[in-house]
Write a protein that binds this ligand. Structure first.
Ligand code: S5P
Length: 266
Protein backbone atom coordinates (compact mmCIF):
# COMPACT_ATOMS: atom_id res chain seq x y z
CA UNK A 1 0.00 0.00 0.00
CA UNK A 2 1.15 3.57 -0.62
CA UNK A 3 2.24 5.36 2.55
CA UNK A 4 0.06 8.41 1.92
CA UNK A 5 -3.02 6.22 1.54
CA UNK A 6 -2.49 4.07 4.59
CA UNK A 7 -1.27 6.86 6.91
CA UNK A 8 -3.73 9.55 5.80
CA UNK A 9 -3.57 12.59 8.04
CA UNK A 10 -0.42 11.42 9.82
CA UNK A 11 1.44 11.41 6.52
CA UNK A 12 0.37 14.93 5.60
CA UNK A 13 0.74 16.39 9.10
CA UNK A 14 4.12 14.95 10.15
CA UNK A 15 6.70 17.12 8.47
CA UNK A 16 9.75 15.29 9.79
CA UNK A 17 11.63 13.34 7.06
CA UNK A 18 12.50 10.53 9.48
CA UNK A 19 8.82 10.13 10.31
CA UNK A 20 8.09 9.83 6.60
CA UNK A 21 10.85 7.28 6.18
CA UNK A 22 9.40 5.18 8.98
CA UNK A 23 5.88 5.46 7.55
CA UNK A 24 7.04 4.40 4.08
CA UNK A 25 8.88 1.37 5.45
CA UNK A 26 5.88 0.43 7.58
CA UNK A 27 3.50 0.72 4.61
CA UNK A 28 5.75 -1.33 2.35
CA UNK A 29 6.30 -4.11 4.89
CA UNK A 30 2.77 -4.04 6.31
CA UNK A 31 4.10 -3.67 9.84
CA UNK A 32 4.13 -1.10 12.63
CA UNK A 33 6.54 -3.19 14.66
CA UNK A 34 9.58 -1.60 16.26
CA UNK A 35 11.60 -4.53 17.56
CA UNK A 36 13.01 -4.02 21.07
CA UNK A 37 16.13 -6.08 20.45
CA UNK A 38 17.18 -6.50 24.05
CA UNK A 39 20.03 -8.96 23.47
CA UNK A 40 23.36 -9.17 25.27
CA UNK A 41 25.68 -9.82 22.31
CA UNK A 42 26.17 -8.34 18.86
CA UNK A 43 25.94 -11.77 17.21
CA UNK A 44 22.56 -12.43 18.85
CA UNK A 45 21.38 -9.01 17.69
CA UNK A 46 22.43 -9.62 14.10
CA UNK A 47 20.84 -13.11 14.10
CA UNK A 48 17.59 -11.70 15.40
CA UNK A 49 17.49 -8.91 12.82
CA UNK A 50 18.19 -11.33 9.97
CA UNK A 51 15.39 -13.56 11.19
CA UNK A 52 12.65 -11.00 11.76
CA UNK A 53 13.87 -8.10 9.57
CA UNK A 54 11.22 -8.56 6.84
CA UNK A 55 8.41 -8.22 9.41
CA UNK A 56 9.57 -5.13 11.30
CA UNK A 57 9.71 -1.43 10.48
CA UNK A 58 12.31 -0.17 12.98
CA UNK A 59 15.00 -1.56 15.26
CA UNK A 60 15.45 -0.44 18.86
CA UNK A 61 18.61 -1.21 20.79
CA UNK A 62 20.05 -0.78 24.27
CA UNK A 63 23.70 -0.58 23.29
CA UNK A 64 24.80 -0.33 26.93
CA UNK A 65 23.48 -3.82 27.72
CA UNK A 66 25.70 -5.45 25.10
CA UNK A 67 28.60 -7.36 26.69
CA UNK A 68 30.90 -7.57 23.67
CA UNK A 69 30.38 -4.12 22.17
CA UNK A 70 32.96 -2.72 19.76
CA UNK A 71 32.29 -0.15 17.07
CA UNK A 72 33.59 -2.59 14.47
CA UNK A 73 31.25 -5.39 15.52
CA UNK A 74 28.39 -2.92 15.81
CA UNK A 75 28.87 -1.88 12.18
CA UNK A 76 27.66 -5.40 11.30
CA UNK A 77 24.38 -4.66 13.02
CA UNK A 78 24.12 -1.27 11.33
CA UNK A 79 24.62 -3.02 7.95
CA UNK A 80 21.91 -5.55 8.74
CA UNK A 81 19.52 -2.76 9.75
CA UNK A 82 20.24 -0.88 6.54
CA UNK A 83 19.72 -3.96 4.40
CA UNK A 84 16.29 -4.39 5.98
CA UNK A 85 15.54 -0.65 5.61
CA UNK A 86 15.17 -0.15 9.36
CA UNK A 87 15.59 3.09 11.22
CA UNK A 88 18.06 2.46 14.02
CA UNK A 89 16.73 3.64 17.34
CA UNK A 90 18.96 3.71 20.43
CA UNK A 91 16.76 3.75 23.50
CA UNK A 92 19.30 5.63 25.59
CA UNK A 93 16.76 7.60 27.64
CA UNK A 94 19.03 10.61 27.97
CA UNK A 95 18.17 12.65 31.05
CA UNK A 96 21.11 14.93 31.86
CA UNK A 97 21.62 18.63 31.11
CA UNK A 98 21.90 19.58 27.43
CA UNK A 99 25.67 19.92 27.28
CA UNK A 100 26.31 16.54 28.89
CA UNK A 101 23.76 14.85 26.66
CA UNK A 102 25.61 16.27 23.65
CA UNK A 103 28.79 14.55 24.83
CA UNK A 104 26.98 11.35 25.82
CA UNK A 105 26.00 11.08 22.16
CA UNK A 106 29.75 10.49 21.60
CA UNK A 107 31.73 8.36 24.04
CA UNK A 108 32.64 4.73 23.48
CA UNK A 109 29.30 3.83 21.87
CA UNK A 110 29.27 6.89 19.60
CA UNK A 111 25.48 6.75 19.36
CA UNK A 112 25.45 9.93 17.24
CA UNK A 113 27.26 8.17 14.38
CA UNK A 114 24.74 5.34 13.86
CA UNK A 115 21.44 6.04 15.62
CA UNK A 116 18.64 7.73 13.67
CA UNK A 117 16.41 8.05 16.73
CA UNK A 118 17.06 8.28 20.47
CA UNK A 119 14.82 8.60 23.49
CA UNK A 120 15.09 11.35 26.09
CA UNK A 121 13.41 12.24 29.33
CA UNK A 122 12.11 15.80 29.76
CA UNK A 123 13.03 15.80 33.48
CA UNK A 124 16.16 18.00 33.30
CA UNK A 125 14.62 20.75 31.14
CA UNK A 126 13.79 21.41 27.49
CA UNK A 127 17.43 22.03 26.49
CA UNK A 128 18.16 18.32 26.43
CA UNK A 129 16.66 18.24 22.93
CA UNK A 130 19.13 20.85 21.67
CA UNK A 131 21.99 18.99 23.37
CA UNK A 132 21.14 15.77 21.56
CA UNK A 133 20.69 17.59 18.25
CA UNK A 134 24.11 19.20 18.78
CA UNK A 135 25.54 15.71 19.26
CA UNK A 136 24.30 14.68 15.82
CA UNK A 137 25.42 18.00 14.32
CA UNK A 138 28.97 17.30 15.60
CA UNK A 139 29.18 14.43 13.08
CA UNK A 140 27.07 16.19 10.45
CA UNK A 141 24.10 13.92 10.90
CA UNK A 142 20.46 14.63 11.67
CA UNK A 143 18.36 12.45 13.90
CA UNK A 144 15.05 12.49 15.72
CA UNK A 145 14.20 12.47 19.43
CA UNK A 146 11.29 10.58 20.96
CA UNK A 147 10.45 12.22 24.29
CA UNK A 148 9.10 9.97 27.02
CA UNK A 149 5.65 11.41 27.65
CA UNK A 150 4.35 8.30 29.42
CA UNK A 151 5.84 5.00 30.54
CA UNK A 152 4.55 1.43 30.61
CA UNK A 153 6.14 0.45 33.92
CA UNK A 154 3.93 0.45 37.00
CA UNK A 155 4.56 3.17 39.59
CA UNK A 156 6.33 5.54 37.17
CA UNK A 157 6.31 9.24 38.06
CA UNK A 158 5.23 10.65 34.69
CA UNK A 159 1.91 12.21 35.69
CA UNK A 160 -0.52 14.19 33.51
CA UNK A 161 1.19 17.56 34.16
CA UNK A 162 4.57 16.10 33.27
CA UNK A 163 3.10 14.65 30.08
CA UNK A 164 1.65 18.06 29.14
CA UNK A 165 5.01 19.80 29.74
CA UNK A 166 6.75 17.17 27.65
CA UNK A 167 4.39 17.73 24.74
CA UNK A 168 4.82 21.50 25.07
CA UNK A 169 8.58 20.99 24.69
CA UNK A 170 8.27 18.70 21.71
CA UNK A 171 5.57 20.56 19.81
CA UNK A 172 7.03 22.41 16.86
CA UNK A 173 10.59 21.23 17.56
CA UNK A 174 12.33 20.15 14.36
CA UNK A 175 14.26 17.58 16.41
CA UNK A 176 11.34 15.88 18.16
CA UNK A 177 9.66 13.32 15.94
CA UNK A 178 7.25 12.19 18.60
CA UNK A 179 6.66 10.63 21.99
CA UNK A 180 6.83 7.38 23.86
CA UNK A 181 3.36 6.53 25.18
CA UNK A 182 2.12 3.80 27.48
CA UNK A 183 1.03 0.99 25.19
CA UNK A 184 -0.33 -1.03 28.08
CA UNK A 185 -3.25 1.39 28.46
CA UNK A 186 -5.42 2.31 25.47
CA UNK A 187 -7.00 5.05 27.59
CA UNK A 188 -3.63 6.69 28.22
CA UNK A 189 -2.60 6.39 24.57
CA UNK A 190 -5.89 7.96 23.45
CA UNK A 191 -5.41 10.84 25.93
CA UNK A 192 -1.88 11.36 24.66
CA UNK A 193 -3.05 11.38 21.04
CA UNK A 194 -5.68 13.96 21.93
CA UNK A 195 -2.99 16.28 23.28
CA UNK A 196 -0.36 15.61 20.61
CA UNK A 197 -2.69 16.03 17.62
CA UNK A 198 -1.84 14.53 14.23
CA UNK A 199 1.50 16.27 13.66
CA UNK A 200 3.83 13.98 15.61
CA UNK A 201 4.16 10.25 16.14
CA UNK A 202 3.46 8.16 19.22
CA UNK A 203 5.47 4.96 19.72
CA UNK A 204 4.29 2.56 22.39
CA UNK A 205 6.10 -0.08 24.43
CA UNK A 206 4.20 -2.27 26.87
CA UNK A 207 2.60 -4.24 24.03
CA UNK A 208 2.13 -7.98 23.83
CA UNK A 209 -0.43 -10.33 22.31
CA UNK A 210 -0.65 -11.82 25.83
CA UNK A 211 -1.98 -8.82 27.75
CA UNK A 212 -1.49 -8.37 31.49
CA UNK A 213 1.44 -8.08 33.85
CA UNK A 214 4.98 -8.68 32.60
CA UNK A 215 8.22 -9.18 34.49
CA UNK A 216 9.40 -6.63 37.06
CA UNK A 217 6.58 -4.12 36.86
CA UNK A 218 6.15 -4.17 33.08
CA UNK A 219 2.52 -4.04 31.91
CA UNK A 220 1.14 -5.16 28.55
CA UNK A 221 -1.75 -4.10 26.37
CA UNK A 222 -2.85 -5.58 23.03
CA UNK A 223 -1.22 -4.19 19.86
CA UNK A 224 -4.60 -3.61 18.18
CA UNK A 225 -5.89 -1.53 21.09
CA UNK A 226 -2.72 0.59 21.19
CA UNK A 227 -2.88 1.35 17.45
CA UNK A 228 -6.62 2.07 17.44
CA UNK A 229 -6.01 4.48 20.35
CA UNK A 230 -3.45 6.39 18.30
CA UNK A 231 -0.10 4.60 18.45
CA UNK A 232 1.97 4.71 15.25
CA UNK A 233 4.56 2.10 16.22
CA UNK A 234 4.32 -0.79 18.62
CA UNK A 235 7.56 -1.47 20.46
CA UNK A 236 7.73 -5.23 21.06
CA UNK A 237 10.56 -7.02 22.83
CA UNK A 238 9.99 -10.33 24.59
CA UNK A 239 6.80 -10.97 22.58
CA UNK A 240 9.19 -11.57 19.66
CA UNK A 241 12.71 -12.31 20.92
CA UNK A 242 11.48 -14.37 23.86
CA UNK A 243 9.51 -16.99 21.94
CA UNK A 244 10.51 -20.11 20.03
CA UNK A 245 9.56 -19.05 16.51
CA UNK A 246 10.61 -15.42 16.37
CA UNK A 247 9.85 -14.84 12.68
CA UNK A 248 6.34 -16.21 13.08
CA UNK A 249 5.75 -14.03 16.15
CA UNK A 250 7.07 -10.94 14.37
CA UNK A 251 4.70 -11.67 11.47
CA UNK A 252 1.79 -11.92 13.91
CA UNK A 253 2.60 -8.56 15.50
CA UNK A 254 3.03 -7.05 12.03
CA UNK A 255 -0.35 -8.34 10.93
CA UNK A 256 -2.17 -7.23 14.11
CA UNK A 257 -0.63 -3.74 14.08
CA UNK A 258 -1.08 -3.07 10.37
CA UNK A 259 -4.66 -4.34 10.29
CA UNK A 260 -5.41 -1.96 13.17
CA UNK A 261 -3.86 0.97 11.26
CA UNK A 262 -6.03 0.18 8.24
CA UNK A 263 -9.06 -0.11 10.52
CA UNK A 264 -8.15 3.25 12.11
CA UNK A 265 -8.07 4.79 8.66
CA UNK A 266 -4.78 6.68 9.02
O1 S5P B 1 7.91 3.07 29.27
C1 S5P B 1 8.65 2.35 28.63
C2 S5P B 1 9.54 2.87 27.68
C3 S5P B 1 10.32 2.00 26.95
S1 S5P B 1 11.27 2.67 25.67
N1 S5P B 1 8.61 1.01 28.80
C4 S5P B 1 9.41 0.13 28.09
O2 S5P B 1 9.30 -1.08 28.29
N2 S5P B 1 10.31 0.64 27.17
C5 S5P B 1 11.22 -0.26 26.41
O3 S5P B 1 10.44 -1.14 25.63
C6 S5P B 1 12.12 -1.14 27.29
O4 S5P B 1 13.35 -0.48 27.50
C7 S5P B 1 12.25 -2.42 26.48
O5 S5P B 1 13.36 -2.34 25.61
C8 S5P B 1 10.98 -2.47 25.63
C9 S5P B 1 9.91 -3.42 26.15
O6 S5P B 1 10.30 -4.75 26.07
P1 S5P B 1 9.29 -5.97 26.34
O7 S5P B 1 10.19 -7.17 26.37
O8 S5P B 1 8.62 -5.70 27.66
O9 S5P B 1 8.32 -5.97 25.19
Amino acid sequence: MRAEDVWGERWTSCANPLAHRYMETAARKGSLVCLAADMRSVAELVDLVEEVGPHIAALKTHVDMVDDFSLEAWSGLVDAAQRHDLLLFEDRKFADIGKVSQHQMAGVHDVRSWADIVTAHRISGPDIVDGIAAGWADVERIGGVLLLAQMSSSGNLLDADYTAETIATGRGSPHVIGYIGNGSSATEVAALRQQVGAGQMIWTPGVNLAVGAGAMGQRYGHPRDAVLAGSDAIIVGSGIHGVENRAEAAAQYAEASFAALVERGG
